[in-house]
Write a protein that binds this ligand. Structure first.
Ligand code: GDP
Ligand code: IMO
Ligand code: MG
Length: 432
């Protein structure tokens, strides 16, 4: 297999960073296709933790190429800071091993201010709980054709024209709608032209680059950010992010042919978490929820917010298989369930008097959905040392089998701890 896509199957933070890092060993190139620095992908190698927000997780291996696709929105200051952090760890990104799409959109200072101001103005119930990184306003500008891309930044005249026009509107909007300060044209221009000079050497036509690599038989790993239920089209709208986080984002966000997408790996936690607002049928606010948060260290990698925790939801799992075409799953954080007995699995919802087993589009149905559970016996043994399925206690094996049969696709990998080595590989998607 020449290309593998890794997609979050739930509401993000499933452990994509760890899974991408694991499979990246077999890849030549790792590509982020959507989102921006709302993502926080954690990799732990030999006890050393790295959190990446923009740069693909696979670059921690030596000799890999990292690519930012056109579907991303990039905050150049955050990118430069992240590159510097990696450089201090001995990972040098150069114009030979790191590329940014000319067509990727820039996150501008007004995007962040608008994002924060909008959230502040919303009622408690209406708050999306965005990461405040300017993601929504940047994608909004892309859709209204007011966005500024890297290719625009690199042409001083074009950049000046576009910035001047858009800034006038943004300043008026900030001032009149939110009573917020606007931005000085000269200051933003100077700041961004500086970023342009520093990043110019990495900017290229990514579609052409990837096509060339694929034609030569190079192995490409596409790294999803966020998750299926945060996808702007298929997620729990409006409590979603503003990009196609699912597999659909790969084609639009990289300019590659669907012909090349072979294995599609859904990363799924052995339970469920979400950060921010919006419906979450299996959420637990009791001692079990606290167990999951404590044992799973469920605090946001980007914002540090406590994540909401709940039981595994097979309705969500099956939905992910349908809308992404997962050919297999990577199950993460099985170790977090150790000590819980019984363990529950949601197999459907009750909405009023109706029983539903398909994920509803209507947010109001989702808000009313009461989970229907099956119970499984738990286990007490520490499983973090397991390296093959047979090392797992009987009840853990039964739990995993049950999830596999409910979701309907096999597991490529099971993760039993945050470290790279704490993994049980059943099948490598690059070797199918
Ligand atoms: P991502 O956004 O999908 O990459 O996930 P995050 O990095 O935001 O959150 C996943 C968290 O779980 C990180 O702290 C990882 O180090 C950690 N993690 C990943 N896999 C496992 C696992 O199997 N067990 C445990 N205990 N932690 C894990
Ligand atoms: P990774 O890639 C979890 C959530 C935010 C909020 C909503 C919209 O680490 O899995 P945004 O800032 O994108 O406009 O926020 O989406 N969100 C995430 N939740 N993991 C992420 O990324 C997320 N990226 C955005 O919490 O609810
Ligand atoms: Mg994350």
């Amino acid at each position: 297999m020449n290309s593998v896509v890794v997609v979050g199957a739930q509401w993000g933070d499933e452990g994509k960073g760890k899974v991408v890092d694991y499979f990246a060993k077999q890849a030549n190139t790792i590509v982020r296709y959507a989102g921006g620095n709302n993502a926080g992908h954690t990799i732990v190698v030999k006890g050393e933790k790295t959190i990446l927000h923009l740069i693909p997780s696979g670059v921690l291996h030596k000799g890999k190429v990292g690519v930012l696709g056109n579907g991303m929105v990039v905050d150049p200051a955050v990118l430069l800071h992240e590159m510097e952090g990696l450089s201090k760890k001995g990972i040098k990104l150069t114009s030979k091993n790191f590329f940014i799409s000319e067509r990727a959109h820039l996150i501008m200072p007004y995007h962040k201010r608008i994002d924060l101001a909008r959230e502040k103005a919303k009622s408690k119930k209406g708050k999306i709980g965005t990461t405040g990184r300017g993601i929504g306003p940047a994608y909004e500008d892309k859709a209204t054709r007011a966005g500024i891309r890297f290719v625009d930044l690199l042409n001083e005249k074009v950049f000046e024209e576009r910035l001047r026009a858009v800034l006038k509107e943004k300043n008026a909007y900030l001032k009149h709608v939110f009573k917020e300060r606007g931005f000085s044209f000269a200051a933003v221009q100077k700041e961004y032209l500086g970023y342009g000079r520093l990043l110019k050497r990495y900017v290229t036509d990514v579609s052409q680059l990837l096509d060339g690599m694929l034609m030569k038989g190079k192995r490409i790993l596409f790294e999803g950010a966020q998750g299926t239920l945060l996808d702007i089209d298929h997620g729990t709208y409006p409590f979603v992010t503003s990009s196609n986080a699912g597999v659909g984002g790969v084609l639009a966000g990289c300019g590659v042919s669907p012909y090349f997408l072979q294995e599609i790996v859904g990363v799924i936690k052995a339970y469920t978490t979400r950060v921010g607002g919006g419906p979450f049928p299996t959420e637990l606010t009791d001692a079990v929820g606290q167990h999951l948060r404590r044992e799973g260290a469920e605090y946001g990698a980007t914002t540090g917010r406590a994540r909401r925790c709940g039981w595994f939801d097979a309705v969500v799992g099956r939905y992910g298989v349908r809308v992404n075409g997962f050919t297999g799953l990577a199950l993460t954080k099985l170790d977090t369930l150790t000590g819980l007995d019984p363990i529950r699995i949601c197999t459907g919802y009750r909405v009023g008097r109706k029983r539903i087993t398909e994920f509803p589009s209507d947010i109001r149905q989702m808000e009313q959905a009461k989970p229907i559970y099956e119970e499984m016996p738990g286990w007490k043994e520490d499983i973090r040392g397991a390296r093959k399925v047979e090392d797992l206690p009987r009840n853990a094996r039964r739990y995993v089998k049950k999830l596999e049969s409910l979701v309907g696709v096999p597991f490529f990998l099971m993760s039993v701890g945050p470290q790279r080595a704490q993994s049980i590989v059943i099948e490598n998607p690059f070797e199918t």
